[in-house]
Design a protein around this ligand. Structure first.
Ligand code: NAD
Length: 390
């Protein structure tokens, strides 16, 4: 059997009602907490008030930082860290989607490590352990509660750029996954975030750094998303569907923490930073085309995925089985309302070339992509995905 490493230092609570653990768990880590969240949804849904009351019950002094925007900037994280240092915060409670979770991780980094934050862009550059962090996701998508990544946007650059910090210090101490918190997600965010998780699972499964344990989690995650994402979009209050999706995004987060993401993510970043396409939707637009491109790298592995989706493939060769997976993926993405193209953005050829050149700089994601890619391949994949033409 293949040799592999697996690392997940996060303690996990999963299940309906586990949010109430936050006070008790925070108290074990310190007496003063900063809750980092977004500008609207946590308060509007009443989740923030539930966190505050759980912390109050344990007599924890609480500071609120409710300023995280979608695709958070380095500046937001820096502002948060100024507050955390000034107030001598001992624990960070990260509450929200991937954006607040990532901003909170960055605040926790800067609270114990020197500035500027930008010096940590890349891999394994964070020197000291962060402030202890409890991550409470309210979307079922990024898996950031169990990953070692932070994604921040450099908004000073024109156009803005997404940057990734990857370091084993960034795994949260504790993750609290309470599916009830995701019941209020509207259909479009449910779809976009669910497809982000699907992309993580498929990218991790395809990656050159794939490994047996991560593959097992990826297949389970893909299976659950195919089964429950359409249901959660149509029946948002179906707790079984919500639980399955939160579990699936958590599994997919564990997967990418081991394997990294491949070129889907590298290609999607500019669609978000420049054209405002939500992160998961950007991945959803690119995913089937990258999937199709990568098939020839490992027909038997992609054939396995087709079979895992319950497809009857008795009379097909392995190659045909693998190709069938592309059809299944495309049909699924249409069912969950992913756009078939981005024609309305009218993205010009020179822009595509600029994006593609940038992707070619992302050595880490190129290295783990199962099929070798050259500039022309990236351009072709963008052209197909943006036009929707085969
Ligand atoms: P998000 O955090 O930006 O949230 C999207 C929207 O959902 C926001 O408007 C928010 O207010 C709303 N929302 C969140 N929870 C809600 C709820 N329960 N009810 C109603 N509305 C709710 O979106 P996201 O997709 O979770 O995160 C995207 C960010 O995560 C991007 O910056 C992406 O690059 C990053 N990311 C990080 C990792 C990682 O490992 N760190 C992995 C993938 C993506």
């Amino acid at each position: 059997m293949q040799e592999f490493n697996f690392f997940l230092p996060t303690k996990v609570y999963f299940g309906k009602g586990t949010l109430k653990k936050v006070g008790e768990e925070t108290a074990k880590l310190g007496g003063k907490a900063m809750v980092v969240t977004g500008r609207t949804s946590a308060r509007k849904t009443g989740i923030l008030q539930r966190v505050e009351s759980s912390l109050k019950k344990e007599k924890i002094k609480t500071i609120l930082f409710e300023q995280v925007e979608p695709n958070p900037s380095f500046e937001t994280a820096k502002r948060g860290a100024e507050v955390s240092k000034r107030e001598k915060v001992e624990v960070i409670v990260a509450l929200g989607g991937g954006s607040p979770l990532d901003a909170a991780k960055a605040i926790a980094v800067l609270s114990t490590n020197s500035s500027p934050l930008e010096q940590y862009i890349g891999q394994d550059k964070v020197k000291k352990p962060l402030l202890p962090l409890i991550a409470i996701p309210t979307t079922a998508g990024t898996g950031s509660e169990v990953t070692k990544y932070i994604v921040l946007t450099d908004k000073k650059r024109i156009p803005p750029h997404k940057e990734v910090i990857g370091d084993a210090h960034l795994f949260p101490k504790i993750a609290i996954l309470d599916p009830e918190l995701t019941l209020s997600l509207p259909p479009s965010i449910t779809a976009d975030t669910g497809v982000d998780a699907l992309s993580h699972a498929i990218e991790g499964f395809s990656s050159n750094r794939a490994q047996p344990l991560a593959d097992l989690l990826a297949l389970k995650s893909i299976n659950l998303i195919f089964r429950y994402l359409p249901e959660a979009i149509n029946n948002p209050y179906n707790l079984e569907a919500r639980s399955s999706l939160l579990y699936a995004s958590f599994l997919a987060g564990i997967v990418i923490a081991q394997t990294g993401a491949i070129i889907v993510h590298a290609m999607g970043y500019r669609l978000t930073s420049e054209f405002g396409i939500p992160h998961g939707r950007a991945n959803g637009i690119l995913l089937p085309w990258v999937y199709e491109f990568n098939l020839s790298a490992n027909y038997s592995k992609f054939a396995l995925l087709t079979r895992e989706l319950g497809e009857k493939t008795e009379n097909l060769s392995e190659k045909e089985e693998a190709q069938r997976g592309v059809f299944l993926l495309k049909s699924f993405l249409q069912r969950v309302n992913m756009p078939r193209n981005l024609k309305e953005k009218n993205i010009k050829k020179d822009k595509i070339e600029e994006f593609a050149k940038e992707v070619m700089q992302n050595k880490r994601k190129l290295e783990v992509n199962p099929r070798k890619v050259i500039l022309e391949d990236i351009i072709e994949i963008y052209e197909k995905a943006l036009s929707g033409k085969e």
